[in-house]
Ligand binder design. Structure first.
Ligand SMILES: NC(=O)C1=CN([C@@H]2O[C@H](COP(=O)(O)OP(=O)(O)OC[C@H]3O[C@@H](n4cnc5c(N)ncnc54)[C@H](OP(=O)(O)O)[C@@H]3O)[C@@H](O)[C@H]2O)C=CC1
Ligand SMILES: O=C(O)[C@@H]1CCC=N1
Length: 269
């Protein structure tokens, strides 16, 4: 993948995060990345900071690319396909990161294309801690084009192949979940501010606690319930907090949020 030219069509929040994550890898040549959107300002700042190529001409970006990553909003994908379907080389790979646009639909939009994949990254890609699911349809995991896309997203964190039937659930659990985690950090800091702590250090303490807790899950493989129990001393501070969370439907709220994101994705497909 390192020698492939990659075009990002629609360079907003998510594409910028992926590009920034990619460019943190010294092996990635920024000159192999070209980003396209209609407004120039944000493109210029990406170019100045990372040395990537930029353009406002989607067709030009696609004509020079081996891999085209579609990063526009879901409702724009059909229009973009009409614009670009004859501009992308049939041997090139298309990856769509749009929620709610199935592989079947993508194949209808790009009838000349054989290599079409669907990915669901998340914004922590920017700090190379992203989690991306990759749906490869009927392609083989050993196909070099699949490996290229796995490598692309692995440069921004972790990337795993996932069956499309689990894509909606994945959006609920990973694509959208950074927003819930940020809300939790914000709320924890609000609590600390209420107790007199300056907000900036409260964000730092809460974020580090979340980072460490996530690492514990990934590195110890312990059940989250056991890790939670280990924090709760008998008659201690934590069980008081846990009791309040349960009284206020914390876990049910999270479960319903994940289901809501997944159902929204299904309703778009
Ligand atoms: N945000 C997230 O956390 C995640 C988002 N996604 C998916 O990523 C996609 C993009 O989301 P996000 O980055 O949040 O959205 P943004 O609105 O931030 O980015 C979309 C970009 O598309 C550009 N755009 C719009 N029309 C065109 C066009 N005709 N040609 C070229 N560029 C165009 C816009 O820039 P301009 O107006 O300058 O052209 C804009 O910067 C969505 O499909 C979403 O489902 C997936 C995973 C996570
Ligand atoms: O909110 C959205 O639709 C996108 C998809 C996953 C995260 N953001």
């Amino acid at each position: 993948m390192l020698d492939k030219k990659i075009a990002f069509i629609g360079c907003g929040n998510m594409a910028s995060a992926i590009i920034k994550g990619l460019c943190k890898n010294p092996k990635v040549d920024p000159q192999n990345i070209i980003a396209s959107r209609r407004t120039v300002d944000q493109l210029e700042s990406l170019k100045n900071e990372y040395g990537i190529d930029i353009t406002t001409n989607n067709s030009f970006a696609c004509e020079v690319a081996d891999i085209v990553v579609l990063c526009v909003k879901p409702h724009m994908i059909e229009r973009i396909a009409q614009e670009l379907k004859d501009k992308i080389h049939p041997e090139s790979t298309i990856v769509s990161i749009a929620a709610g646009v199935s592989l079947l639909t993508l194949h209808e939009y790009f009838p000349n294309q054989h290599y079409i994949f669907r990915a669901m990254p998340n914004t922590p890609a920017q700090v190379q801690e992203g989690m991306t699911a990759l749906c490869i349809g009927n392609h083989n995991q050993e196909d070099s084009r699949v490996k290229d896309i796995l490598e692309l997203f692995s440069n921004c964190g972790k990337c795993e192949i996932l069956d499309e039937s689990l894509f909606s659930a994945f959006i609920g659990v990973s694509g959208s979940s950074p927003a819930y985690f940020y809300m939790m950090i914000e709320a924890i800091a609000d609590g600390a501010v209420l107790e007199g702590m300056p907000r900036d250090i409260a964000y730092k303490f809460a974020a580090q606690a979340m980072l460490g807790s996530a690492k514990m899950i990934l590195e110890t493989q312990e059940h989250p319930g056991r890790l939670k129990d280990n924090v709760c001393s008998p008659k201690g501070t934590t069980i008081e907090a846990v009791s309040v969370l349960e009284k206020n439907g914390f876990r049910n709220a999270i479960i319903q949020a994940v289901v809501a994101a997944a159902e929204k994705n299904k309703s778009m497909e």
